[in-house]
Design a protein around this ligand. Structure first.
Ligand SMILES: *Cc1c(COP(=O)(O)O)cnc(C)c1O
Length: 434
């Protein structure tokens, strides 16, 4: 068969500098980027334009749940694109209906709206909350300190970190922040205008901090008592990353993993939940689920997205569900993630002058470094960035969170020997800093 893939144009072939120049001249410099120009990937590995191989433990920030160039995703893209890529939401398509059903099945009775990103999924939940409280004049949404909810205008208002708001004032009104995992603070913060509380089940950008079971259950009771919507941002911690479809299912299963596993109708459910990142495994798609009593609040004409839930995006997301289920990748995230975390805890114990702690759930793992590492003192870059740079040199990708935390958000199909390779490289870097 004739090779129909054209060879890459000369300008990108093995040429770091020419790509960098294209960016300097033409791309808005809103991202702090690492000095790496990537070319292609295969499973848990990516390659830069010079052919250097990296073990990708960042997973495109919790997006590439099946790794890179997975044949099932390629297959779904090719097959669906031969039928329909996009039609307007003026019409029905089977993939969108089936994907909504798959999501509902995994959470509980409710309905789903499709968007293209996490920020947009959260925007939908904010609109849902405003609609819910509108006739009573309630509109205010409480979110947590150190939370992250996206970079749109409402997203930065909701995000509990000053750095995303700076320079974009006036900030959209209607959001206030409360300390995370502090139930009393939540109760005390509620005003007559409050309509909802939104939290991440595991804070991601904030440094990998899981909500406690008591906090989740307490917020549920508080929201019921005060007639508030309990909204959860599952954009990063969702999609089996913690070992269960949604983080609250993992957090609340307690001592007995079997108890809640096949019981989507367990006592706890949020009223709304946003998804994106791993949902499309790299193909852009976001969604929010809304619990049954509120599922018809956003009626015809109240909310829309041109690209929301295209047949192509939904076909990919359906295929990903199938692969995760067939290959039991939820169990892989739970078990291998647990092993990685205990290895990192060992490193924290053995090298207390470099590592402060390790924490997380499943394949959402944070390694907290100490505030001051002498070997890093000469640079004004954060210890997190400098550590990530050293790991890059050693051929491992991780994601910084805040100034002191390294995040591991690997593909759900990470192999044990890949995990071992990552841990041993991390240990090498730590040893070089002692
Ligand atoms: C990444 C992220 C978002 C924003 O998603 P985008 O697709 O970048 O808009 C929102 N919330 C959380 C928790 C995230 O991690």
């Amino acid at each position: 068969m004739k090779d129909i893939v054209p060879s890459p144009s000369a300008i990108v072939r093995n040429d770091h500098e020419s790509v960098r120049e294209l960016f300097t001249k033409n791309v808005v410099p809103s991202y702090g980027r690492f000095e790496i120009v990537l070319s292609h990937g295969d499973g848990s590995y990516v390659f830069d334009v010079a052919g250097k191989r990296y073990l990708d433990l960042g997973g495109g920030i919790a997006v590439n749940c099946l790794g890179h160039a997975h044949p099932a995703i390629t297959g779904a893209l090719v097959e669906q694109s031969k039928k329909l890529i996009h039609v307007s939401n003026l019409y029905f398509t089977e993939p969108q209906g089936r994907l909504a059903a798959e999501i509902v099945k995994r959470i509980g009775a409710g309905k789903v709206f499709f968007s293209n990103s996490g920020a947009e999924a959260n925007e939908g939940l904010f609109k849902l909350a405003r609609k819910f409280g509108h006739d009573e004049g309630r509109f205010e949404i409480l979110t947590a300190t150190n939370s992250f909810h996206g970079r749109t205008m409402a997203g930065i208002a909701a995000t509990g970190q000053d750095k995303v708001k700076k320079g974009f004032e006036p900030i959209m009104p209607g959001f206030r922040h409360i300390p995370f995992n502090d139930l009393e603070a939540a109760r005390n913060a509620i005003s007559p205008a409050t309509v909802a509380i939104m939290i991440e089940g595991v804070q991601g950008e904030g440094g990998v901090t899981p909500a406690t079971p008591e906090y989740l259950l307490g917020l549920r009771a508080l929201c019921d008592e005060k007639k508030l919507l309990l909204l959860m941002d599952g954009v990063q911690c969702g999609h089996y990353r913690t070992g269960r479809f949604q983080s609250f299912q993992r957090i609340l299963e307690g001592e007995n993993p079997q108890s809640a596993i096949r019981n989507p109708q367990s006592d706890f459910l949020p009223d709304g939940l946003s998804m994106a990142k791993s949902l499309g495994g790299g193909f852009p798609i976001g969604a929010f689920w809304v619990r049954a009593p509120f599922a018809d609040l956003l009626g015809p004409g109240t909310h829309a997205s041109t690209f929301g839930g295209t047949p192509l995006a939904c076909a990919v997301a359906l295929k990903i569900f199938e692969v995760i289920e067939n290959e039991k990748l939820d169990e892989n995230a739970r078990k291998l993630g647990g092993r990685i975390q205990s290895e990192l805890e060992r490193l924290a114990n053995n090298y207390p002058t470099v590592v402060k702690s390790a924490r997380g759930l499943g394949f959402m793992i944070g390694l907290e470094l100490v505030e001051k590492i002498p070997a890093f003192a000469s640079s004004d870059k954060s210890v997190a960035i400098q550590f990530v740079n050293r790991l890059h040199a050693a051929g491992v990708m991780t994601i910084p969170a805040g100034t002191q935390v390294i995040r591991l958000l690997p593909p759900l199909n990470l192999k044990p020997q890949e995990a071992a390779e990552g841990i041993s490289k991390i240990e090498e870097i730590i040893k070089s800093l002692v």
